[in-house]
Design a protein around this ligand. Structure first.
Ligand code: CUA
Length: 338
């Protein structure tokens, strides 16, 4: 091979590899990881990308060099010389891909096993998915429920999923993992958040009319702030003052995402305006408190005209303790008086 040929091959390869590397690095393909698991997945991702860029550069160099130098004359219909039996070349193109794929396989297996290894003092959280809401409950905190996924930084968290209806899928892009929630199964997902912040929780499996609205928020807090939140919330929702407990429950369970309620500074427009509960109850021909309870426990019994059926979570009312349901009914009855 002439020295000039090698120089052009290397030159084309460097330009192609440089362009591919620039596209890989300059565009924000992945969010900044917020968990140790996501950082390991990112490492694996870049490991594979670097291999791909090198192969891409070699292939582009060979193709472009051949197109430029070995182009046939317009009316030359003859075939090229047959090439067969270059043992060295065959060993190289078998061995190199074998080594690369094996390396990717081994490093991926290490990442997966590290990601699944629980740390000490695991925080267990039950995640319930239903059309179209996420609920997070903390079994170690007397089953405290929250519509926001509150997490302490640098602690092993094990999420256990339950779906009440169809297949949903849990995804926080910054945590780098997805988990389908399949009715009848209780899959788990291990996360060790390592960056403070607020991140979106997204349902990433088409699950019905309200799929696009099935979002929540994950907040990673300092461990002390998290303990304080747990203590404060536990006290609030079990408060003997039904108004106080009801207000905490209204916020914790994400009611504000869909409903308007002036007392809670809630401005959601998806579901009925809860300031007007008294009016709705009159239309439904029921006493206010009974109407409010029925609307929470079996939302389809009466659906206010102009609002969609089946969007309010059907089993929410039966998934919180009865005393908390009572507090919520009292809170709504006292505030929805228009
Ligand atoms: Cu739940 Cu999409």
């Amino acid at each position: 091979m002439r020295r000039g040929s090698i120089a052009s091959l290397v030159g084309i390869g460097l330009v192609a590899g440089g362009i591919a590397a620039a596209v890989a690095v300059a565009l924000p393909w992945l969010p900044t990881p917020a968990s140790r698991e996501a950082s390991r997945i990112d490492f694996e991702f870049w490991f594979v990308i670097v291999i791909c860029i090198v192969i891409f550069a070699v292939v582009v160099a060979a193709i472009l060099y051949s197109v430029i130098n070995f182009r046939a004359a317009p009316d030359d219909m003859s075939d090229g010389p047959p090439i067969h039996g270059h043992t060295g070349l065959e060993i190289a193109w078998t061995l190199i891909p074998t080594l690369l794929v094996t390396a990717i396989g081994i490093s991926s297996a290490i990442v997966l096993s590290n990601d699944d290894a629980l740390g000490k003092n695991v925080l267990r959280i039950n995640v319930t998915a239903q059309q179209f809401a996420w609920t997070f409950s903390y079994p170690d905190a007397k089953g405290l429920t929250s519509a926001t996924l509150m997490l302490p930084k640098d602690r092993s968290v094990l999420l256990t999923f339950t779906s009440k209806d169809v297949i949903h899928s849990f995804w926080v892009p910054e945590f780098g993992q997805k988990q389908d929630t399949v009715p009848g199964l209780h899959p788990t997902l291990h996360i060790t958040p390592d960056r403070l912040g607020t991140y979106p929780v997204i349902c990433t499996e088409l699950c019905g009319l309200g799929h696009a609205t099935m979002r929540a928020t994950a907040i990673v807090m300092a461990p002390a702030a998290f303990d304080k939140w747990i203590a404060g919330q536990t006290k609030a929702v079990t408060s003997p003052n039904a108004g106080q407990a009801g207000a905490a429950l209204f916020t914790n369970n994400g009611c504000a995402a869909c409903h308007t309620l002036t007392a809670a500074h809630a401005t959601g427009k998806v579901g009925p305006d809860l300031d007007k509960l008294a009016t709705y109850a009159r239309k439904a021909g029921k006493p206010l408190a009974a109407f409010v309870r029925e609307s929470i426990v079996s939302p389809n019994a009466y659906v206010e005209a102009g609002y969609p059926k089946n969007v309010m979570p059907q089993t929410f009312g039966t998934s919180i303790p009865k005393s908390q349901l009572d507090s919520l009914v009292t809170y709504l009855t006292t505030n929805g008086t228009q």
